[in-house]
Design a protein around this ligand. Structure first.
Ligand code: HEC
Length: 444
């Protein structure tokens, strides 16, 4: 009892009740619509219709203007799209230009997915918050909620309310006007003038929840900070730790903790027996090449210890380790066109389309692109076929290896075609077969 008393003492003096609006109840949607047309025509602006379901045509009857929401959403969408373009341009073309195979640093088509996503995101937010804003929501209190009759408006009652703040409002005249529209009844809606302050229980509950929310954080902090013999806490143990193998990932399955396994010593997997060093590595067999490891072939000019290895001195094969015929040459030419020409060019000058485009784009010092060497220079022309084969297999300097894309036989076919390309700029009359020479000397 004492508490209630003290509560009442703390209240500010009760304000005067105030008339907020005049409500008229109508028998059904048709009557309401008719009344709405009349009120619209008498020039009222601050009034509304309340119905238990959407009434078709009420917007026109009330003279409601189309909502501004679509324009707000359109502006947000344009804003989102522009943000997406600006962001991608800044990241890809301005702040960190990165050359990928002669592709432009920035282009509209490739930016479209992000433009789409951000436009949709911004519009969704604009739709939600725009709708709330235009409707003046959230609104926790409305004097109408205190009118007993009005409660049934969500069930089966139809109301029209005119607010006292309307410039044309005058209690008596407005009531007379409403009366002339044959309402079921007319009622006044009063605001009691009670304080609008949020009840203190709301804040007390919020404070309690806030306190409770700290508990899990404290528990986590304690578990992290203090040593414990218990296994770790896991909300979903089997989702985090599945006994399966993932590439490059740790695994509990094996003692050494590796997910990826090394080949078992002294065993060979099916199809992996590659003893023919000349065909598979371009090296002559025997003691001379036994010392040369895959790693030394792979790193090209740098050995495992970082010292430069002059792989020019490796015992490369100088003859093709497979039968050479026109078919192999044709195959090599075709594969060269697919895998090498984009960078090196069809004639092997190092002027492929990708190179041309990349040089053009990186011309002003943005990004970097290494121009491929020309095959028609002595150091390359002199290389034994085994060395050329290794370049295609493992790459060289800035050029990547193509072992994963091109099978061995095709690699040799490409090397054969390379040799033909080099010959095309470095041939003597003696290289021309006798019958062809005769035909050539006859002229056209
Ligand atoms: C992505 C572009 C690119 C492609 C595709 C490419 N190369 Fe290269 N290549 C280069 C570059 C760049 C160099 C120069 C590397 C360096 O000096 O760092 C090079 C160098 C070479 C060399 C000279 C290596 C040496 O000893 O200096 C040969 C031979 C060669 N490439 C052959 C090929 C063949 C054959 C193919 C097709 C299977 C091919 N390249 C595909 C970019 C490419």
């Amino acid at each position: 009892m004492a508490i209630v008393e003290s509560d009442e003492v703390a209240k500010p003096p009760a304000a005067q009740p105030k008339l907020v609006s005049v409500l008229a109840e109508f028998a059904g949607p048709r009557e309401l619509m008719h009344a709405a047309e009349k009120i619209r025509d008498s020039g009222f602006t601050k009034w509304d219709c309340f119905t238990p379901f959407p009434v078709h045509g009420i917007d026109d009857a009330m003279g409601t203007k189309r909502t501004k929401l679509p324009f707000i959403v359109l502006c947000a969408a344009i804003c989102g799209g522009t943000t997406a373009i600006a962001m991608q341009w800044f990241c890809n073309a301005y702040d960190y230009p990165f050359m990928i195979s002669g592709k432009p640093f920035f282009s509209l088509p490739s930016s479209m997915p992000v433009v789409f996503e951000l436009s949709v995101l911004f519009s969704a937010f604009a739709t939600l918050f725009g709708m709330l804003g235009l409707n003046g929501l959230p609104q926790l209190y409305n004097a109408l909620f205190k009118v007993d009759n009005f409660r049934r408006v969500t069930d089966d009652k139809f109301f029209l309310g005119i607010e006292t703040t309307d410039p044309k409002f005058n209690v008596d005249q407005t009531k007379t006007l409403l009366n002339s529209l044959h309402p079921v009844l007319i009622e006044e809606c009063w605001d009691s003038g009670e304080t609008r302050a949020i009840p203190s229980i709301f804040f007390k509950t919020l404070a309690m929840l806030g306190l409770l929310a700290i508990v899990p954080v404290v528990m986590v902090a304690q578990l992290r900070a203090l040593p414990s013999n218990l296994p770790r806490l896991h909300g979903q143990w089997d989702m985090d730790h599945q006994p399966k193998l993932k590439t490059q990932k740790h695994s509990e399955l094996f003692v050494d903790g590796r997910g990826m396994r090394l080949p078992i010593a002294n065993t060979v997997a099916f199809g992996e027996l590659k003893t023919d060093r000349s065909f598979y590595n371009g090296l002559q067999g025997g003691a001379a090449s036994a010392e040369i490891t895959d790693a030394m072939l792979l790193r090209g000019a740098v050995a495992a210890n970082g010292e430069p290895v002059n792989n020019g001195s490796f015992p490369w094969v100088t003859e093709f380790p497979l039968e050479v015929d026109e078919q192999l040459m044709a195959r090599g030419r075709e594969r060269y066109g697919i895998y090498c020409a984009p960078c090196h060019g069809y004639e092997g000058d190092g002027n492929g389309l990708i190179t041309q485009r990349a040089m053009e784009l990186t011309g002003n010092g943005r990004g970097a692109w290494v121009k491929p060497v020309s095959y028609h220079s002595d150091p390359i022309r002199m290389q034994p076929v085994g060395k050329l084969f290794n370049t295609v297999t493992n790459g060289q300097g800035r050029m990547p290896g193509y072992a994963s894309q091109i099978p061995e036989k095709d690699r040799w076919a490409i090397v054969l075609y390379l040799k033909a390309l080099m010959k095309s700029r470095d041939a003597s009359p003696d290289d021309v077969p006798a019958d062809v020479k005769e035909r050539l000397s006859q002229g056209p």
